[in-house]
Design a protein around this ligand. Structure first.
Ligand code: GDP
Ligand code: MN
Length: 376
């Protein structure tokens, strides 16, 4: 689950971190009032779950309330990476001397958190990573001991030659680690971590992703979810209890079991096709899940064919068949559907599908080839 900048900053503040102040608003008039209250210049920042807001025109500096309101007019309602901006964060402008990058995320290979820091932070960090990877320093943290003070200081010296700045940086790096672990995050990032012309180090941007598996024991964080600003298909899949990952191809896949879903995508690729998604409907016997899955797949305009690959173990093939029939009655499906289905109650399933005018194969190879052919 992704958090908005203003929410992530709250978690950082709760860890004691120096973070620039700010207030959220959803209309230009409120932005004007906030700017009047702060006095002086402010920055108006789009609150969407996307990086690169600055480059997209979603972060704008204003010299006073009128300009702030005008920027808010422009930014509210704007689309960034396909997401509509519904809220902005208004912060007093900072006098920036340097911009650094500090991030911590889960290193799956190392099975531990890993820090990444760079003195060359700011909006071009992706380019730094691509063209000058040596400017990014990494440190794996042993989760049994946590981030040691000397490690935090060493990381900070990669950012600041001045010991007074490095001490402040080390404190923020430690606080970032605390916020990361304490909130069940899979990623926590400050970009930029600034030093001001007055010699203060502070976070002026914040990005946090929470591991969904941590939410059950952190209801207060779960409450931060902003469903309205999430991708529609992702939210729908989560509500229906489906594992779904959108991909770039045109073969819509609906499979039971994560392993079989992976194998299906491999086979689609093997026969020259491109999967439109990973979708695991799970092991349950619930036709509603199939209906939800079909709704999600068909809402993707790139999909040219829908491929069912069902192995009936705990999942009963007849339930999936009923789901397919029910879904095709409920929603208008304009693309061909190919079905491979075998296992528990297979014969009954075939009968249900035949009555509704569908046929189902048993060979995974044949059915996947057929799907790839139909997808063009
Ligand atoms: P992002 O593009 O989505 O990562 O948004 P950021 O919050 O990181 O802002 C992008 C850039 O805007 C920063 O790297 C800064 O250069 C600039 N910026 C943001 N806030 C301020 C500010 O208060 N003062 C100044 N001078 N620049 C700012
Ligand atoms: Mn940023």
């Amino acid at each position: 689950m992704n958090l908005h900048e203003y929410q992530a900053k709250e978690l950082f503040r709760a860890a004691g971190m120096a973070v620039n102040p700010g207030e959220v608003a959803d209309n230009a008039e409120a932005v004007r009032e906030i700017a009047e209250r702060y006095g002086g210049g402010v920055v108006v920042k789009a609150q969407v779950h996307s990086g690169g807001r600055g480059k997209a025109g979603g972060v704008k500096l204003a010299s006073g309330p009128d300009e702030a309101a005008a920027h808010a007019e422009a930014i509210l309602g704007m689309e960034i990476s396909g997401l509509t901006v519904e809220k902005v964060l208004v912060c007093p402008t900072e006098e920036i001397a340097t911009e650094a990058y500090v991030g911590v995320l889960v290193d799956r290979e190392g099975q531990c958190p890993v820090f990444m820091v760079s003195a060359e932070g700011g909006i071009d960090i992706e380019e730094v990573a691509a063209t000058n990877p040596d400017a990014i320093h990494k440190l794996r943290v042993d989760p049994r001991y946590g981030l040691m003070p000397h490690q935090a200081y060493r990381l900070a010296t990669r950012l600041y030659a001045d010991p007074a700045l490095a001490r402040q940086g080390a404190k923020i790096i430690s606080q970032l680690y605390d916020a990361f672990v304490g909130n069940g995050a899979s990623m926590a990032e400050i970009n930029p971590l600034i030093s001001t012309t007055g010699g203060e180090v502070k976070a002026i941007d914040a990005k946090v992703s929470i591991d969904d598996n941590e939410l059950f024991r952190r209801p207060s964080i779960g409450a931060l979810r902003d469903s309205g600003s999430e991708d529609g298909a992702d939210a729908q899949a989560r509500e229906a209890g489906l594992s779904f990952v959108k991909l770039d191809g045109n073969v819509g896949c609906c499979v039971n079991g994560a392993g079989l879903a992976m194998a299906t995508m491999d086979l689609v690729k093997y026969y020259g096709g491109d999967p439109a998604n990973f979708l695991d409907i799970g092991g349950s016997s619930n036709p509603d899940k199939v209906v939800a899955a079909l709704e999600i797949i068909t809402s993707d305009p790139a999909v040219e064919v829908i491929l069912f690959n069902i192995f009936g173990g705990i999942t009963r093939c007849d339930d999936v068949a009923r789901g397919i029939v029910e879904a095709t009655e409920r929603i208008d499906i304009e693309v061909p559907i190919v079905i491979r289905l075998t296992g528990t109650n297979e014969n009954l399933a075939r009968q249900i599908l035949a009555d509704a005018g569908f046929t189902a194969g048993t060979s995974m190879d044949e059915v996947v080839q057929e799907a790839v052919r139909l997808a063009g």
